[in-house]
Design a protein around this ligand. Structure first.
Ligand SMILES: Nc1ncnc2c1ncn2[C@@H]1O[C@H](COP(=O)(O)OP(=O)(O)OP(=O)(O)O)[C@@H](O)[C@H]1O
Length: 245
């Protein structure tokens, strides 16, 4: 097959599929017979606390395995081919402390590249390049422990982006980023090649998505274009809050 034909085929393949997935968490069934096919480039996830957004992202990454059914990410079965996923799928966790493993910024950003078998000099070069790209040239030797929450989140973002993933999974990526960093991240996201699934309570961030899924108790309550789904979700959230007052 020619390179062009092969890349067209890759583009047309679903990025993610769920087939009849069951998942139990904390002894309770969260997903039951959940099916989904995603071909769009950028997907937003909304839903109230505990609706299953993070669990869905973890299933996509293979961090959680379905109790029944199949999850395929970039064509790979997450239960059987999970070891191939970290090289292609980047995960930005809600809490940076769940992601950071190393004492210094450059060690944290280097880890994935070293894991991929790159030579130390190339790793060094790529780490410096991404620090510069994000305006953090002086951060390399800084102790991660001494960074603020937002700065830690930025380190996590750089550690993910330096690997040039094909798919990004972002769980509340902006929770502690300041306004300017947030804006520059949104600009970057618009230019990015990789597909992205973004779970967020920040509805503005999701306006740019190609498709938004509204989750409720482990099921898709609504699925469509952000201009239809986000106002409906917002209206329901306002009505719910008013009822509780
Ligand atoms: N580490 C865990 N162990 C066991 N159960 C969990 C764990 N994390 C979440 N759950 C359960 O799974 C369900 C879905 O949680 P999940 O974190 O996927 O929701 P969410 O939509 O991402 O919520 P939030 O908006 O609060 O981040 C909840 O009922 C929760 O109690």
């Amino acid at each position: 097959m020619s390179e062009a034909a092969s890349s067209t085929r890759q583009r047309d393949l679903p990025l993610i599929t769920f087939e009849n997935v069951d998942l139990q968490r904390a002894g309770r069934k969260l997903f039951s017979g959940f099916s989904l096919s995603v071909t769009e480039h950028r997907i937003g996830l909304v839903g109230h606390n505990g609706s299953g957004k993070s669990s869905l992202l973890r299933l996509i990454h293979g961090l959680l395995k379905p109790d029944a059914g199949t999850v395929r990410t970039l064509g790979l079965d997450t239960a059987k081919e999970a070891s191939q996923l970290p090289a292609q799928v980047g995960f930005l966790f809600q809490n940076p402390d769940h992601q950071i493993l190393f004492p210094t910024v450059s060690e944290e950003i280097s880890f994935g590249l070293l894991n991929q078998g790159l030579h130390a000099s190339e790793v060094d070069q790529r780490v410096k390049a991404i620090l510069t790209d994000y305006g953090c040239e002086a951060w390399g030797k800084r102790a991660v422990d001494e960074l603020s929450g937002g700065q830690k989140q930025l380190v996590c973002l750089m550690a993910v982006m330096v690997l040039e993933p094909r798919l990004l999974l972002l769980d509340e990526p902006f929770a502690s980023l300041d306004f300017a960093t947030r804006l520059s991240f949104i600009k970057r996201m618009r230019k990015l090649q990789p597909g992205a699934v973004i779970a967020s309570h920040d509805l503005e961030l999701l306006q740019d998505c190609d498709r938004v899924l509204w989750l409720e108790q482990g099921a898709v309550k609504a699925d469509g274009h952000p201009k239809d789904i986000l106002p409906a979700y917002q209206a329901e959230a306002i009505a719910r809050a008013e009822k509780e007052l």
